[in-house]
Design a protein around this ligand. Sequence first.
Ligand SMILES: [Zn+2]
Length: 335
Amino acid sequence: MLPQAKVRNMIIDYGCEITMAMNLNSHFSRILVGVVLAWAQALLPVSAAPLEYTLTPQKVADNTYLVQGKRESFSRLNGGNIVNTAFVITKEGVVVIDSGPSKRYGEALRAAIQRVTDVPVTDLFLTHHHPDHFLGNQAFTDVRIWALPKTGQLIAEQGNDLATNLYGLVGDWMRGTEVAMPNKPIEQVEFSLGGHTFQLIPLKGHTGADLALFDTRTQVLFAGDMIFYQRALATPNTPGLKTWIEEMSVVEGLNARQVIPGHGPVVEPESALTQMREYLTWLDQLLTESAEAGLTMNEVINQPIPKQFQEIALTQYELMRTVFHLYADYESAAF
Ligand SMILES: [Zn+2]
């Protein structure tokens, strides 16, 4: 990532994180105050409380467990445990989906798996290169770590910067965390182990390289961040909302019996898929119509969130980030 882009993303992350809670009216004062507060926070002494992730696997289907993260953004209180990870116990090994935000999380995840089963972990699949999904890899370097080739490339290019950024946001939870690369590029369309066969579905909508896994035995879809539920979707690396919306048809076409989103709880698939499609469509329309009407970024950020989305966490925060990331493209398209 270019240094300029990196600084911009860090400012957006820090600024949005801290200032949304302050409900300031001027967008730029929000950002400014946020940056100052984030820097001040970084200088605070590390909390004396033990930094322990409490991970409780929840059985969602035969042999299939979800470890659900909080519906929050990164903070020093949650240690980055805002992401869903999952695992499937097969007869020949445990298949893990995503390793979490830090070395410490990866170790806690591995311990949580071992509390459920004696079957050894053999395979880890990474859904994409966002730091909350792969920085727990260090706890899995003795197993096959699978990722789409482009995801591997993005981790190689951006992993260190993403880890540094996350250190800034969650602090000491990240101690000892370093990038551990995936070691198995996904070049096949299926993966079978111990009686489970997973379709490996390459998508692009969330980051340009997004893996969804569909377990044909249980009909569970591990959607990664292609699906957010009750937590606003994040757009910093999307190739475009229209691409994402188009790929919803692929996800919907699987007719999954259960969908595990990258963030948020598990519900019956229709609710999660409908909310995701409607939210993406609203966001795309809002940006299109705002650009056509010549609205400023500040005006778009302050547009009301429709009532139907008010139960979704972090809508205002993610809208602000989305406007920063994508609005210029919509403005160019409009003029
Ligand atoms: Zn993501």
